[in-house]
Design a protein around this ligand. Structure first.
Ligand SMILES: CCC/C=C/C(=O)SCCNC(=O)CCNC(=O)[C@H](O)C(C)(C)COP(=O)([O-])OP(=O)([O-])OC[C@H]1O[C@@H](n2cnc3c(N)ncnc32)[C@H](O)[C@@H]1OP(=O)([O-])[O-]
Length: 308
């Protein structure tokens, strides 16, 4: 799978001849094309789609829209997490991309968080590999130098909330049925230190402590009250608001904004990088406990019953 993604990546790079290979075909060298063709090229959108992620990069604005597309609930399995990290890296090194809007292609759901089946009934090696993929997703997203905006067009519990929290700005659709929060304790599990750090950074210590202990899920308006999201807008305005906010953020010079972002986020990123292996060992020893496996299995059964 990784090999396929890398090949798709290669297609978007400059060819040795000076032409560009895009999903629309190979274009001529710049020196040989007319200004009309150049204009057409510059307003082009580049698209790439993998199994669970689709990306559309508008080369004129430098903004990519990245959509999670793993129905029914965009749960984050190993493959999705890997695709996510590769696609984000691809945009990171693309000089034409300055901002990413993260959203969902699945109606009513942003992401149901980590795929619980990746944390149940498997062996220790699998859990270790899975947790590394979760860490990698977070390090790439939280550490991104691009402007990142979460356009939260559905429910966003646990790992879905973590993804949103890792962006620079959060806009959620005004629908009482949608909830967002780090609800891990409701599953009988504990959010790791870096989940705790990031929610604390966003909503402050007191609100984070209450929120994490109780595994609270908030309606959009309650999420706005505690600062978990930055804006609540009508359902059909989520994408346009995200684009408008993005345009505003992109008026700032990249280098000043990027250095400031890095200064704010580096301590948390460094903490995970330093303790990465210990965090994996800790996760594996925790998740393999019989009592934790039982809790997760019961939670999955509850979800399945509810769905029937
Ligand atoms: C230390 C570790 C830190 C952990 C972090 C985490 O993120 S832990 C994650 C914490 N996450 C949560 O606590 C969120 C749990 N999920 C929910 O609360 C709801 O699914 C919903 C509100 C997201 C959508 O409601 P809705 O009524 O639209 O949909 P529905 O409920 O009918 O589900 C449809 C199908 O999807 C299935 N499935 C769902 N989620 C997951 C999952 N995470 N994984 C796998 N599968 C999942 C569900 O079983 C059902 O399968 P079925 O029966 O068709 O085979």
């Amino acid at each position: 799978m990784i090999a396929t993604l890398l090949i798709q990546h290669e297609k978007l790079e400059q060819l040795p001849s000076g032409g560009t290979l895009s999903p629309y075909g190979v274009h001529q060298k710049h020196g040989q094309i007319t200004s009309q063709a150049l204009q057409l090229l510059s307003s082009q959108r580049r698209q790439f789609s993998n199994t669970y992620i689709s990306v559309k990069l508008d080369e004129t604005s430098g903004v990519a829209v990245m959509k999670l597309k793993r129905p029914p609930v965009n749960s984050l399995n190993m493959e999705l997490l890997t695709e996510f990290a590769i696609n984000l890296e691809k945009l990171e090194i693309d000089r034409g991309c300055r901002g990413v809007i993260l959203t969902s292609a699945v109606p009513r759901i942003f992401s149901a968080g980590l795929d619980i089946t990746e944390m149940c009934g498997k062996n220790a090696d699998h859990y270790g590999e899975f947790w590394r993929a979760v860490q990698e997703m977070w390090l790439k997203l939280y550490g991104s130098s691009m402007v990142t905006i979460a356009a939260i067009n559905g429910s966003s519990p646990a790992g879905g909330c973590l993804m949103a929290l890792s962006c620079d700005y959060r806009i959620i659709a005004n629908n009482k049925k949608y909830t967002i929060g780090l609800n891990e304790t409701q599953l009988g599990i504990v959010a790791p230190f870096w989940f705790k750090d990031i929610i604390t950074e966003v909503i402050g210590h007191r609100a984070a402590e209450r929120s994490l202990q109780l595994g609270m899920l908030y309606s959009p308006t309650d999420a706005l009250k505690i600062g978990l999201v930055d804006e609540v807008v009508a359902e059909d305005k989520v994408q346009s608001t995200a684009s408008a906010v993005m345009a505003q953020w992109l008026t700032l010079p990249d280098h000043a904004r990027q250095i400031t972002k890095s200064m704010m986020r580096k301590p948390s990123l460094d903490r995970l990088v330093t303790h990465r292996e210990a965090d994996i060992t800790n996760f594996v020893s925790y998740i393999t406990r019989d009592s934790i496996q039982k809790s997760l299995q019961m939670y999955m059964e509850m979800l399945k019953k509810k769905g029937r």
